[in-house]
Design a protein around this ligand. Sequence first.
Ligand SMILES: Nc1ncnc2c1ncn2[C@@H]1O[C@H](COP(=O)(O)OP(=O)(O)OP(=O)(O)O)[C@@H](O)[C@H]1O
Length: 771
Amino acid sequence: MSLDAALHARLATSALLSGSTGGVALLLAVCSSDEILPLGAALAASVLLPLGRLFGLSAVVMRSTRRRGISLRQVILEILSFLCTLVSCCLFAASLGESESWENETCNRLKSLGDRLRQSRGTPPSRCREGVEKDEKSRVAFAQVRMDEERPSGGLEDLRQKVRAIRGALQRSNTQQAEMQTMLSQALDRCESLKVEAADAQRSKEHHHHRWCILDQERESLQRLAHQAKSSEQAAREEAVAWRAWLRSFLELLLRDERDEAAMKAAEITLKHLKTAERSLQPELLAKMPALYESLAEALSGVRAQDAGFQKAQAQAEVDDRVAQLERQLAQKEISLATLEQDKRSLRSEVRTLQNTVQELRGSIRVFCRIRPPKQKADASGAFGVKAEGSRSVCLRKPPGERRHDFNFDRVFSQQAGQRELYEEVGPLLPGILEGIHLCIFAYGQTGAGKTYTLAGQRSSGDPGIQDLAIADLLRLAESFEVRLTALEIYNESIQDLLSDATSEAESRDERLEVRQSAGAISDVADLHPAQDGTGANSADANQTGSSKYSPFGSMRVPGLKSWSIQNLADVEDALQRVRNKRHVASTALNERSSRSHTVISLSVLRRSGAEVNGVPVGVLHIVDLAGSERTKISQAEGIQMKEANCINRSLSALADVLFALGDSTSSAHVPYRNSKLTYLLQDALGGPGCKTFLFAQVSPDALDANESYSTLTFASRVATSVQQGRLRPRGAVPSPSPRKSPQREEMTWKGPGNGLAGTTPPLPRRKEEK
Ligand SMILES: Nc1ncnc2c1ncn2[C@@H]1O[C@H](COP(=O)(O)OP(=O)(O)OP(=O)(O)O)[C@@H](O)[C@H]1O
């Protein structure tokens, strides 16, 4: 080999050595994730790298001196080798620092382990102690290693082995520590369970102590009993001795008294007998002792039972005392309740008086207007027809020229108003019926305006009307009274009983009734009860007479009119069902089910005294569903319906005449009651003292019905405003000397329902009303 080649080889070797040592050192430094390898890597790097670098540099120097030339690749190689060396040195320094911190950490861990061991509660088990000792050993081993480390000598391999040994010891100590912790938690669990057991034991101890106390008490009581038994035995013995002494003295007395020798002998013999008997009785007595003891025990148990009974009686007495106390309290409460009831009653009567005063101030007649929902769509402009304006006035526009008319009422119910809203006006007056008021509710208006709907409601939709609501409330109020119901219709000016048994039109016609005036208040109303034959039908004699006869129409009476005694709502329903079936209705162009008659349903409240019923009603509720006024042209009535319509319009006109006459304080006292059956029959209810009248004027909002609505509203508002400012003059009262004129009186003249087309004042002559 030439010198050049040798130099090249050395250079390559040096570079290779330098690079590989650098690489190895770097690899060792990177891979050393634990605490031992950095130390080894650093040591290797520190020893091998400078050597490799020395060789490399010397080779370069030697080459450069010989050839004076060096390739760029060699220079880069040299620089890289130098950099590797530098990095290795840095790693070495860092690993030294790391090893120091690792050592410190290990020391700390050992310390904390020792502390934890010391902190563990109670006497540590033997295994714990072993663990502590082993930890102590590891600490000693570690100290040894440190000492070895500090020593300059000692190979790397030794160091590694020691380090491995320490790691193994540490792992073992960790495992032991975990075991110890497990044992510690087990010991704590055990401790808890022992605590629970101790609490249980304490409880059972207390229980046993309690039991022991009870037994001790029982023992003491038994001892007392035994002592008592002994003392009673002793007493019995003493008694026996006393008896014996007495017997002996008695015998001696006998012997002394009896001088007769034979007797003496006999007495001696008797004495001997007695002695032998006594002797023989003694074993017998001894034999009987257990039985005596038993009987004594029985007696004792009896005494105990008596004692228990006594205690029970004592408890019973306490209970009785408490009951008596409660009864006293109850009596006091009852007294206060009675006082409260009294107060309530007086308050109620006060309220009633005030209500009556209010009603009195409002007037005997109150007029309301109800607008039904439209039957047809409003006309295009919406200009015509009836409209509610506020709660008290109504406006009507009717062609031609859309003339506007305003009417005022006590209250106006719009299309949306419900039945209960209407009833709120009537309800407060019902209690007055029990105090003598005659209440009359009229539904007035053109055919199809909703009169029957307002009074009777709509059964199909379960919507009760004023009539049903009022009857239900009246029944509730008049629980202690007798309530009787009569129903009649005035059809073509003839009266028919709607509760009669007539099944056909012909039969009904035969049973036509008449109105009579009587001097007294009692009339010939047949007294019947719907439940008498179990079917709800009246089967009793219609001519029945007696104290229960009465007339709901005051001084007017309808002989033969049947009345049903009403006990509950089922009776009412039976009666009203019969009324519905018998009432005259017909289908007209304006209403599918048009009422062709005036219906008067009357509920009389009568006082009961035991089984007897007083013949004079206290108060009466009349519900009058008037037949609808109709213009025969529009309703297209012909034949019978035409006759019906004329009758209806005439009687409505008569009603208007009566009402106006009652309110007309300037006119004479004449009131044309006789002009129609309706006014003749209801004259007491209309003009009598203490009567109240509600008039529901029903109107349709439709433009087509504007003329009819105008008639209805004119009539109703005249009743409302011009009848002495809402106060009906009682029949027979002297007219006021200074009458108050209604502002509308002059311009408003009644033309009868239907705007005078069909209705006219009846042709009957006006006469002074007979008293
Ligand atoms: N306020 C209302 N709400 C809903 N429906 C109503 C109302 N008023 C009336 N109706 C309906 O209008 C129809 C006619 O009413 P209703 O029979 O009560 O009139 P009417 O004045 O008694 O007629 P008629 O004098 O011919 O007997 C019925 O079908 C009724 O249900």
